[in-house]
Design a protein around this ligand. Structure first.
Ligand code: HEC
Length: 391
């Protein structure tokens, strides 16, 4: 801004110094990488997300890149804070990026212009209200993303002083703000600096006089009207720097402490929980008795087909709850003798003739409250056919 007057048409004006341009480039890169590795985590099933995960070698790599870019963005933000403070405290540069009363007037004038009630747009100073709004949105977005990002990165530390619901809330806010920020850049920012008029000043650092006339006429007028300002006296400069340094140092210390918490405090929620007492997992003192094996469920070749070995236990297991000591028809499977005797309707077994045996007929017909499996029924028939031996 130390342009000498009078100005010639070919003259250019410094808009951004080297440090600002470097900040912008690094911020641009970290922002893009954060978006490209973050949005796929929000929309993991989209084909583009899968493509990105495949490209970086999996979601864990995407997260690592995301975290690294976040650290880069935090460092750029710190540099920006320290730089802004230096400009304000030491160089006494007028604060030109914070909205002010004249911005309200400019909005009003531009509305009139867009409605056709005014011939030209408002005369912007160094930054128009639109640029100021975008700058504030960036600050706000960085704070929100940093805070919610911290909460997801360090959930255990977070729930020490916030309720657990804060973590899913942070996740929702982080994802929502991310979509908002990416859309704001693609739609709003790209339109204003690339499409409406390709403004290269953030890369070249300079604006031509013509561009200044169009976009920052009030600033141009002020620059051309101003008398060259005397450089700050060395003693005064040193006095201001001595004031600035301790504040910058405290900020640096606070940020470093914050970074430490952000990055090194806990690795993940899974590895963090402290081990409590160590105790063996529950082991029963005695083996739980396994259910009485159904004799036919696991046919045992050595077990002979007798009442004592197979048929008695089978009927007692499958039918015993009804055909016990108090049976509806007196038919009890308690013992061989009771079974062969039958109930009050007479015997249910004709030894040597399973087809005539009532028990086989009824079980074959089906619909009984207790039913043998076809396999079990076959064994029962076989046993009867063989003369229904007791042992
Ligand atoms: C939920 C109870 C219940 C179960 C389990 C049960 N029954 Fe019965 N059973 C009855 C009742 C009640 C009757 C008498 C009424 C009838 O004949 O339907 C009966 C009758 C019978 C009769 C006719 C007896 C007679 O004297 O006329 C036979 C045979 C029989 N059951 C066989 C079996 C067999 C074999 C099993 C095991 C696979 C079995 N039941 C399981 C309730 C049961």
């Amino acid at each position: 801004m130390t342009n000498s007057t009078p100005s010639s048409p070919g003259q250019t004006f410094v808009r951004f110094d080297l440090l600002q341009r470097i900040q912008h480039i690094i911020f641009l890169i970290s922002f893009s990488v954060l978006g490209m590795t973050g949005l796929p985590q929000k929309y993991p099933l989209a084909w583009a997300s899968t493509a990105i995960f495949n490209l970086v070698g999996g979601i864990e790599n995407a997260r690592a890149i995301h975290h690294t870019s976040a650290i880069v963005m935090m460092i750029v933000s710190l540099v920006h804070v320290l730089e802004a403070l230096y400009r304000i405290m030491v160089q006494r540069t007028p604060i030109s990026m914070i909205p002010w009363i004249d911005d309200i007037l400019h909005v009003y004038q531009d509305v009139l212009y867009y409605l056709g009630f005014r011939k030209h747009k408002a005369y912007y100073g160094r930054y128009s209200y639109a640029e100021k709004a975008e700058y504030l949105a960036l600050i706000w977005g960085t704070i929100v993303m940093g805070a919610t990002g911290f909460m997801m990165w360090n959930p255990i530390s977070t729930v020490r002083f916030l309720p657990g619901e804060a973590i899913p809330a942070a996740k929702a806010a982080h994802g929502g703000e991310a979509v908002l920020a990416v859309l704001a850049i693609i739609i709003w920012h790209f339109y204003h600096v690339h499409i409406k008029h390709f403004n290269k000043s953030m890369f070249t650092g300079r604006l031509t006089r013509e561009e200044m006339q169009h976009e920052h006429p009030a600033e141009l007028a002020a620059l051309e009207a101003a008398r060259p300002t005397a450089p700050i006296q060395p003693a005064e400069l040193r006095r201001r720097q001595m004031l600035y340094l301790p504040i910058a140092f405290i900020l640096l210390a606070l940020f470093s402490y914050g970074f430490y918490f952000f990055i090194g405090y806990e690795t993940t929620a899974v590895t963090t929980p402290l081990l409590g007492e160590t105790a063996p997992v529950y082991v029963p003192a005695t083996l739980t008795p396994s259910p009485v094996p159904s004799p036919t469920a696991t046919p045992n070749a050595s077990a002979s087909l007798t009442w004592n070995d197979t048929i008695g236990p089978l009927l007692q297991t499958k039918c015993g709850m009804c055909h016990g000591a108090a049976s509806p028809t007196g038919l009890s499977y308690d013992s061989y003798a009771n079974f062969m005797q039958g109930g009050k309707n007479g015997p249910v077994v004709v030894a040597g003739n399973s087809a005539s045996s009532k028990i086989v007929v009824l079980q074959t017909a089906g619909g009984h409250p207790g039913m043998l499996s076809p396999d079990e029924l076959a064994r029962l028939s076989e046993w009867i056919q063989a003369g229904a031996p007791e042992k």
